[in-house]
Design a protein around this ligand. Structure first.
Ligand code: GLC
Length: 610
């Protein structure tokens, strides 16, 4: 279907009485059409009312309490809007919100004097909340996300003034944990409307279901009337991004956040909506589609996740696999059975089992495994080869020989034919713990590894995005001489405070919160003084990153989530998944069917049927 013909219909309850996304009833009459427009420039979601109900709604544009809400009018009506936003952000449990002290929302801009410290608040946490609130982005008066960075002194904004899907996750979780649910629900529902039905780049239209990397609220002249303006949500699917990288992780994070929203609020009506169910299925279909690949892991191009530049992570990077597994588990919990979904659910179950087997068996690395690889035979042509991927022992890098502690281990960064990427990637390892992609023993071993390698992985600021950095010729060839990803900077061995929240969820899940506590304490020594940088440079994370943004929202939100979870560890359950007995059974069956492996697991009572 051509994008211009695509009209995504949102059923409306009370949307335009308050200009908020409503708690829709599935049967309510569609009133509002969101049209992704066909031309590249005009593509996006526009807040245009095409049908009117009674006197309350007048098209076009956002109608706000019976009046048109355009950006120009919006400013005139700041008091109305402000009032509405405040009530929209009141904690759902009815508690008074700190928002009463909050400056006016200005789509991510700082207050007029550029100040980022709020008067009367001393603690780092209070400052972080103020900053997080100042980063909120509004669409037609409703909070729908947080801007990536709010650095008043930055000379080049690039796309840091956008709402990134992956960056919003810690913001969303912080708001959920604080009882402020509307912004998360709005984010989920509006980004769903942006989901690609037809993605184009250079006249090519790859698969449906992709979620954008980021979006921006733009105020544009109203079609046919230059004296008026309207607000448009303009998504970027990577077609404008540096390097044109594909945001594979966006849809996976979206599913994970959707499940967290339901768990935290107890409101499953959002995930049960027909359009939301369709959105989940579109993401799953895109990920589960057959291709040429032999592996159950998801095959992606370089830079398709948090590391969104060329870093030699094309193929089957661990971060994507951990998010993929997590999204499959979350989707399985949320999908409502209906006619025609059997095949999808069967494919999902099969993939979960194959994926966990593949990662646990072939990505795992510890002293024992290195020793096995060291003695590998190569060129084995047979079905039961030991060295299935034909890894040449010479690939074992010299840094690894001394680096691997006797106790502990981790999942390697990537596995391809004749290639193991031995680098340690934090997010993939931490999320493998959170999602139970790693076994219980492996999860503890990863945390043992983190503790043993604290000086390298945490040092002066948590947490290294990957270890070690690529240097010299390797850096030149693999990054393409990327001046931003020089050794021990940015994605190439830089330290990212946002990773604190994933470290916290993982360590709470494994009953070892003291690991996260130690990391948070360390971060608190300088993160606010340093103005919440995006990342730190050098081996020991001693400098603020060369080109790091300050007031980076996910550094702020990551810290807040860590604090909130450490204060209330049981809330980590909104994010974690336990391996269920079906999966455990199936995994055991695969282990026993594999002649080389015996893991001493209990014999299963019944076979797993998919
Ligand atoms: C950088 C990060 C990416 C993040 C973006 C916005 O490009 O690599 O993960 O989403 O900045 O903060």
């Amino acid at each position: 279907m051509a994008a211009s013909e695509t009209v995504l219909r949102l059923p409306l309850g009370s949307l335009f009485s308050s200009c908020h996304l409503p708690s829709f009833s599935l049967n309510s009459t569609p009133l509002l059409s969101f049209k992704p427009s066909s031309s590249r420039k005009r593509r996006g979601l526009r807040c245009t009312n095409t049908l009117a109900r009674g006197d309350t709604f007048q098209s076009p544009d956002c109608v706000f309490k019976g009046k048109k809400l355009q950006s120009t009018r919006c400013r005139c009506q700041r008091n109305d809007v402000e009032e509405d936003i405040r009530s929209n952000l009141l904690p759902s449990d009815g508690l008074k919100s700190d928002l009463d002290e909050m400056p006016l929302p200005v789509n991510g801009n700082l207050s007029s004097n550029g100040s980022t410290q709020s008067a009367g608040t001393n603690s780092i946490e209070d400052e972080a909340w103020d900053l997080l609130r100042q980063s909120i982005v509004y669409y037609c008066g409703s909070p729908i996300g947080t801007i990536a960075a709010n650095d008043p002194n930055s000379t080049s904004v690039l796309n840091y003034d956008q709402v990134f899907i992956r960056d919003f996750i810690p913001s969303g979780i912080a708001f959920l944990l604080k009882g402020e649910y509307d912004i998360v629900r709005n984010f989920i529902l509006y980004t769903l409307q942006l989901q690609s039905w037809e993605k184009t780049m250079d006249c090519h239209s790859p698969g449906q279901g992709l979620m954008p990397a980021s979006f921006k609220v733009k105020t544009v002249p109203l079609d046919g009337d230059d004296s008026m303006t309207e607000e448009v949500l303009d998504p970027d699917f990577g077609e404008a991004a540096i390097g044109r990288v594909a945001p594979v992780d966006s849809g996976l994070w979206w599913i994970i956040l959707l499940r967290a929203y339901g768990k935290c609020t107890g409101d499953v009506s959002v995930q049960e909506r027909v359009d939301v169910q369709t959105g989940i299925k579109m993401i799953l279909k895109l990920c589960l589609a057959d291709g040429f690949d032999m592996f159950p892991t998801l095959l992606v191009t370089d830079g398709s996740c948090m590391i969104d530049r060329r870093m030699g992570i094309h193929g089957h990077p661990l971060e994507i696999q951990a998010l993929f597994y997590s999204a499959l588990v979350c989707a399985r919990e949320m999908l409502t059975p209906e006619d025609g979904s059997d095949d999808l659910i069967r494919a999902l179950n099969n993939r979960l089992v194959a994926l966990s087997f593949h990662i646990r068996e072939y990505y795992w690395l510890d002293m024992k495994k290195i020793n096995e690889i060291y003695r590998y035979q190569t060129e084995e042509y047979s079905y039961d080869a030991v060295n299935k991927f034909n890894i040449y022992p010479d690939q074992i890098p010299s840094w690894l020989v001394d680096f691997m502690p006797n106790r502990g281990g981790y999942l390697i960064g990537n596995l391809q034919p004749a290639h193991m990427d031995f680098r340690f990637f934090s997010l993939g390892n931490l999320w493998s713990i959170v999602s139970s992609l790693a076994t219980n023993d492996q999860s503890h071993a990863i945390l043992d590894f983190v503790e043993a390698k604290w000086a390298e992985l945490v040092a002066d600021m948590p947490f290294k995005i990957c270890y070690p950095a690529m240097e010299g010729e390797e850096w030149r060839i693999i990054t393409g001489s990327d001046p931003k990803n020089t050794p021990w900077s940015y994605h190439n061995g830089g330290s990212w405070p946002t990773l604190l929240w994933q470290l916290t969820v993982a360590s709470i899940k494994m009953g070892r919160p003291e690991i996260a506590e130690k990391a948070v304490e360390l971060a608190e020594r300088r993160i606010a003084i340093d103005k919440w940088p995006e990342y730190y440079d050098t081996k020991r994370a001693r400098f603020i990153g060369k080109q790091a943004r300050l007031y980076q929202t996910w550094s702020i939100a990551g810290y807040l989530v860590a604090k909130l979870l450490l204060a209330n560890p049981s809330a980590a359950k909104f994010l974690t998944s336990e391996e269920d007995s079906d999966l455990r059974n199936a995994f055991s069956c695969m282990i026993s069917a594999n002649p080389r492996r015996t893991r001493g697991r209990k014999k299963t009572q019944q076979p797993f049927i998919v």
